[in-house]
Design a protein around this ligand. Structure first.
Ligand code: LMR
Length: 433
């Protein structure tokens, strides 16, 4: 494998840089970051400080404060035995990189437990002007964790720079709904972010880049991103519903008294919202259909279903903030499912583009469906799920919600024929219940 330079670099900024106090309690003064890189140089001989990246910024940097730093290394000292079986480095862009979800996820990615122990990665982290200090803190912790597979970290606040060459874009950053904000305002504010990110990905990402949208409302944000990235394959867009699948498996395991590994073929249909449909009709426990094991259809319809759909809200009440660790775990699960052959008779849930779907769902939505993979990063929609009347009615309900969301963001979808917002307060994210 070709040896690549590892570095941590703040890439580009059109925004003015703020001066940081050089000795704020609990923080390293900037200069020590640079010193650390120089010290490494002395220790190994094979690592060298290439440049402080102040020179790469548009904005002036005040003396005594390196707002940006770059430490680049070569890998001359590294044993070829270690790297000879490694794959080509994968570039993984992550937005909302200084947030809580990323704080769990990035370390899983860097450790190799997600993409594999032979898959070196380069992390390209997008923050905001407000979070740039925190982002540097994240990079410091990543460096201090000494992950051999983590070959490079780049930090930035401009998606057009951060997404350059990305093979995966994990789009986590989005605004949470604030007090007094209507749902259509949230759709608009976050939709604008995803329209911009879609355009940026279209311009600079790898032509086979895959995207996973986590920021809510994730299905419609994915639709907006996709519509603004016409040169990228539409099937490469995903919206995260694996968290809901995991929640459903947990509830079925608790109810049946079986461990959650015995729950298979569990899918979520539709929107990552309170209209989502956790499908107990096709799910199995120990190889048997769930209703045959749980034997309480009323519980399945009236307790299990809303419990899964409202789990995010219940969690916010306990934590005072949205789920973070379990969301990160579900992102890792989602990615692993695409790089592991799906066992026969099993599936995983992901929100995907509905064009050509076998279930008669409107063909221009991002809708969660049962999928399987050969382990090559791609997927197919499983076409033989049984849809009974109850499931059909529930799927219709979540589809209608997504159609309304799509109409509401028509102004952000190039070529949309409808841009009318009929969203009412009764359509909610899991966290709003
Ligand atoms: C979750 O499902 O935990 C989150 O999507 C909740 C939210 O609204 O942030």
């Amino acid at each position: 494998m070709q040896q690549v330079a590892a570095s941590t670099a703040f890439i580009g900024s059109a925004l003015p840089l703020r001066r940081a106090p050089s000795n704020r309690a609990g923080r390293l003064p900037r200069a020590s970051l640079v010193c650390r890189a120089q010290k490494q140089d002395g220790q190994t001989g094979g690592k060298r400080l290439v440049a402080s990246s102040a020179a790469t910024l548009d904005a002036p940097v005040e003396e005594g404060y390196q707002s940006v730093w770059t430490a680049s290394y070569d890998f001359d000292n590294e044993s070829p035995e270690l790297t000879k079986s490694w794959k080509k480095t994968m570039k993984v862009a992550v937005t909302g990189a200084a947030g809580q979800i990323s704080n769990h996820l990035l370390f899983m990615l860097a450790s190799g437990e997600v993409f594999g122990r032979d898959q070196p990665i380069q992390l390209q982290l997008l923050g905001s002007e407000r979070s740039r200090e925190a982002l540097e803190g994240v990079a410091m912790e990543l460096e201090d964790s000494l992950y051999p597979l983590l070959r490079e970290v780049q930090l930035g606040i401009d998606p057009r720079q951060v997404f350059e060459g990305a093979d995966w874009a994990l789009l986590i950053g989005a605004k949470p709904r604030g007090p007094g904000m209507e749902r259509k305002d949230l759709l608009d504010i976050n939709g604008q972010i995803f329209a911009e990110q879609g355009r940026a990905l279209n311009d600079v990402a790898s032509r086979d880049c895959k995207m996973l949208v986590v920021g809510n409302p994730c299905n419609t944000n994915a639709l907006i991103g996709m519509a603004n990235a016409p040169d990228l394959p539409k099937r490469n867009w995903h919206a995260l519903t694996r968290l809901d699948e995991n929640r459903a498996k947990c509830q079925l395991a608790l109810k049946s008294g079986k461990f959650y590994t015995s729950v298979t073929n569990m899918t979520i249909w539709g929107n990552h919202s309170t209209t989502q449909v956790p499908d107990f009709v096709n799910a199995k426990i120990g190889g048997k259909r769930v209703p045959a094991v749980v034997k309480d259809v009323q519980w399945l319809k009236e307790e299990f279903t809303p419990k899964v759909a409202n789990r995010g809200g219940a969690l916010i009440k306990k934590w005072g903030r949205s789920s973070a660790a379990s969301t990160a775990v579900s992102i890792a699960d989602h990615l692993r499912s695409l790089y592991t052959p799906t066992p026969p008779g099993d599936c995983f849930s992901t929100g995907v583009y509905t064009e050509g779907n076998p279930y008669g769902v409107d063909e221009d939505l991002i809708f969660s469906m049962p999928c399987r993979s050969d382990g090559d990063g791609d997927y197919e929609i499983i076409d033989d799920f049984v849809i009974d009347d109850w499931l059909q009615a529930k799927i219709k309900e979540t589809e209608e919600e997504l159609l309304k969301e799509r109409d509401c963001v028509g102004h952000l979808i190039p070529g949309a024929t409808r841009a009318v917002c009929m969203i009412t307060e009764d359509t909610m994210l899991p966290g709003e219940a």
